[in-house]
Design a protein around this ligand. Structure first.
Ligand SMILES: *Cc1c(COP(=O)(O)O)cnc(C)c1O
Length: 476
């Protein structure tokens, strides 16, 4: 029976959703034309939004309206086709619809018993992702909040494995008093994986790094490094490196893993590069990933689903479960798959629905086309950089990231660095396209990453226009 108050609640909900829908539709329609970003200062944002906790409440539809009006200046068009900063995906129509529905049905995707639909959907999404990337069907996995947490899941499994090799239970008994677990990578390891080493008690500063001239690890240097490490070791490979999109030779790292006397675990950070495997044109770049022990990737980048979403795969399901086993009579003993036994969290968002809808609506062919279009756009932009006087390509664009800089015309290194940092801010302020800065080979540089499913060559032309105008006005 429906009480009067529940029918009122339903009407209020409906009104709030109608407002949210109107705001969302207007935003999405504005994306192609909207300035990508004109970042307000922290003071401006605080002036727009900061206030004490309201004493009295208000109508939900009015709340969502007010928030949008006050926050809008700080909303970037990051899901749009001209946001080339960091490594940023957009949102496909199916993914957005799925994500909205996930909020409305509000399932707890941590336990089978709280939502068999969510748990089974996640299993299917993991299956489809393995099929998309040619990974072994029997690998365990889970959805995460992003590649940082996916790196954490893979490295937790690695730590558990290494402890077992050394005769202890890392998750159960802790690391204190035990022999250290060495970790090796290239100098270009992503900061998120380094963060994980701190979280895991392996120590950010204990990481040993091999040189990676050009972005890809020097395999001979890695072999030398491994010879200095006696016992079991964790190898972190890049597929790909975030500044210029270069891949480590994962097959060669797998060979080193196989040959290491004390045993080794190969973890691959494939946050965006794993998607090369979705296209026969680029799958060779990630050759050997299927030989890894664990793989981390992002869904909110190249899968183009909303934040936050990533995924991790681990070859040895038993070691992963052992790392997260924590008992708990009130939650265990269900019939089906409990995702919380594979990830750090317990209760969690139903991320699988957005990913399921996205994969269903595009299919293998659709994702292959997205990846190839993005790489073709990156290649077109890289060719333009090379052909344009006064701008220099910093490294070949291996996949979907182009790293370049404006030349200093007689300026020294420090002044050229300042010129490029200023250029990043100027391009961002221009509003046609959004890029971010980095340092490559000791030089301040500019990056453009191509991950958005909607970006066209017209958008690339707008990016070129913004870069050319800023370069002309600054380097004069
Ligand atoms: C983006 C990225 C990460 C971190 O992913 P989040 O989704 O931001 O947690 C890790 N590794 C690489 C190579 C990345 O590009």
């Amino acid at each position: 029976m429906r009480s009067e108050s529940s029918s009122t609640a339903a009407a209020v909900t409906e009104q709030a959703l109608v407002r949210a829908h109107a705001l969302a539709s207007a935003f999405l329609q504005s994306l192609p034309e909207r300035p990508v970003a004109a970042l307000p200062s922290p003071d401006e944002m605080a002036a727009a939004l900061d206030e004490p906790l309201p004493e009295a409440g208000c109508d939900p539809a009015a709340a969502i309206d007010e928030w949008f009006a006050r926050a809008e200046r700080g909303i970037t068009a990051s899901p749009g086709p001209r946001f080339f900063g960091f490594v940023t995906g957009g949102v496909t129509p199916a993914a957005l619809a799925g994500d909205w529905l996930a909020s409305a049905i509000d399932q707890n995707a941590g336990l089978w018993a709280s939502s068999p639909a969510a748990a089974q959907t996640e299993l299917v999404v993991l299956r489809w992702l393995k099929e998309l990337f040619g990974l072994p069907a029997d690998w365990a996995g889970a959805l995460t909040s992003g590649a940082t947490m996916a790196n954490l899941v893979g490295l937790i499994a690695a730590r558990q494995w290494a402890g077992r090799q050394l005769g202890f239970d890392a998750a159960g008994d802790g690391l204190a008093g035990q022999p250290p677990i060495p970790v090796v990578s290239s100098t270009e390891i992503h900061l998120s994986a380094v963060k994980c080493l701190g979280t895991l008690g392996l120590g950010r500063n204990q990481l040993r790094k091999a040189a990676a001239p050009g972005g890809s690890v020097d395999i001979a240097a890695m072999a030398t490094l491994l010879r200095e490490v006696a016992g079991p070791v964790i190898i972190v490979g890049n597929a790909a490196e975030v500044n210029t999109g270069q891949f480590d030779d994962i097959a060669a790292l797998a060979d080193l893993r196989d040959a290491h006397p004390g045993g080794a675990w190969l973890h691959v950070d494939g946050a965006f590069g794993l998607f090369a495997s979705a296209s026969p044109r680029f799958a060779h770049l990630g050759r050997g990933i299927e030989r890894a022990d664990s793989v981390a990737s992002d869904a909110h980048k190249w899968l183009n689903v909303p934040y936050d979403s990533g995924f991790a795969f681990v070859r040895d399901a038993a070691i992963l479960r052992e790392a997260f086993a924590a008992g708990g009579a009130y939650v265990l003993g269900n019939a089906g798959w409990d995702p919380f036994t594979h990830v750090p969290e317990m209760s969690r968002r139903f991320r699988g629905l957005a990913a399921w809808c996205a994969l269903k609506a595009f299919g293998r062919q659709g994702y292959r086309a997205v990846v190839e279009r993005c790489v073709d756009n990156a290649a077109a932009f890289a060719r333009w950089v090379e052909a344009t006087p006064g701008i220099e390509l910093m490294n070949p664009a291996a996949l979907n990231i182009v790293c370049f800089r404006i030349l200093g015309r007689g300026r020294d290194e420090a002044a050229t660095g300042e010129l490029n940092r200023t250029a990043v801010r100027a391009i961002q302020g221009d509003g046609r396209a959004f890029v971010t800065g980095t340092v490559w080979n000791g030089h301040a540089a500019i990056r453009a990453a191509f991950d958005n499913w909607q970006t066209t060559l017209d958008d690339v032309a707008l990016l070129q226009g913004a870069v050319a105008d800023v370069a002309r006005s600054l380097s004069g």
